[in-house]
Design a protein around this ligand. Structure first.
Ligand code: DAH
Length: 340
């Protein structure tokens, strides 16, 4: 048997195929069910254990070598087939390659990050599956406080209070816990709320959070930063107004409107005749939040803001239905090709 293996191995090594048929004969002769190598395997099964040990490895090597040879020659024939000249009608028009385009939400997210990047804000992120501490408690939402109802939450584990984050404010906490002031950061990401889906609400959306902590940061810094952002995003004529509001993690808190980008403030159906549209929430970081994150609130102060990226995108590109962003309809998405 050893002899036969040797002979066949030599045959495999020397084998050259001129044609595909030639190669097929090789396969049948050696590797098919009734081929020489298969017959050797039949014989092998009848051997005693000592002999088996002696020839087993060699027989396997032979089979692998033959298979490798077959595969490599086959590949050679296949690739030369496709390069051996055109097939089909070469006068037919080519298949058009469609180029993709960036999603409008990504375009606007990148623009937001760029504007704040020029003001020295770094980019940070955190997990979408969040614990109670980072999403609520550290942000000064007391347990069982009605403020938690502002954000209808998807709980993954009610007992351990693990949830899909309801806002990117959780990243503020993570950044403050892990770095020392001065802090200037923007945190983009996806957020989730248990809302019925409509033209104006969705169960998932995107936000960008902003955080600035240093000594002597004031409300005037907040206002000027957001005015600069609004002019960069919506044009130099844009004006802002801040309305008092409530968020547990900022004191004082405000909601910011921009002058309606469509009617420039004179009143239209988008701004419902008021001339203003709301775009974000903001405020001075509550000292309790700084303390929760081990930042000395007697020394440092800061501001924070959070905006919905879809909301900004709708106002920038006059999109009137939030659902369009997640339907993947090419007729909609293609319209942003030139917006990059
Ligand atoms: N997290 C708030 C929300 O999702 C938005 C927000 C408001 C973020 C005020 C802030 C802030 O950082 O200061 O409704």
């Amino acid at each position: 048997m050893q002899e036969k293996i040797k002979e066949l191995l030599a045959e495999v090594e020397e084998f050259k195929a001129d044609t595909k048929e030639h190669l097929e004969n090789f396969r049948i002769r050696l590797l098919s069910k009734k081929g020489k190598i298969s017959l050797l395997f039949d014989e092998f099964r009848t051997l005693g254990p000592d002999m088996k040990r002696e020839v087993g490895q060699k027989l396997n090597d032979l089979k692998n070598r033959a298979q490798e040879k077959l595969d490599s020659l086959k590949e050679k024939f296949d690739s030369s087939d496709s390069s051996s000249g055109p097939s089909g009608d070469i006068s037919l028009p080519g298949e058009t390659m469609t180029t993709g385009s960036r999603h409008p939400v990504s375009i606007v997210r990148n623009r937001i990050l760029e504007i704040f990047g020029k003001l020295g804000f770094t980019v940070s992120d955190g997990p979408e599956i969040e614990d109670d501490w980072h999403n609520f408690s550290a942000l000064n939402f007391p347990e069982n406080h009605p403020a938690r109802d502002m954000q209808d939450t998807f709980f993954i584990d009610e007992k351990d209070k693990i949830a899909l984050r309801t806002h990117t404010s959780s990243v503020q906490v993570r950044v403050m816990e892990n770095s020392k002031p001065p802090i200037r950061t923007v945190s983009p990401g996806r957020t989730y709320r248990n809302e019925a889906i409509s033209a104006r609400a969705h169960c998932f959306f995107h936000q960008v959070e902003g955080l600035y902590i240093d000594t002597g940061v004031s409300f005037a810094d907040l206002k000027q930063t957001l005015l600069h952002f609004s002019k960069e995003m919506f044009g130099p004529d844009t004006q802002i107004r801040l309305r008092p509001s409530y968020f547990p993690f900022t004191e004082p808190s405000a909601e910011m409107d921009i002058s309606c980008p469509f009617c420039k403030g004179s009143g239209c159906n988008i701004c419902k005749g008021s001339g203003w549209v709301e775009i974000l929430g903001c405020g001075m970081v509550d000292p309790a939040v700084l303390d929760n994150c081990k930042i000395d609130s007697t020394r440092y102060s800061g501001f924070a803001f959070g905006m919905g990226i879809e909301r900004v995108t709708m106002l920038k590109y006059r999109v009137n239905d939030l659902r369009l962003f997640s339907e993947n309809d090419k007729r909609f998405l293609e319209q942003f090709k030139s917006a990059l």
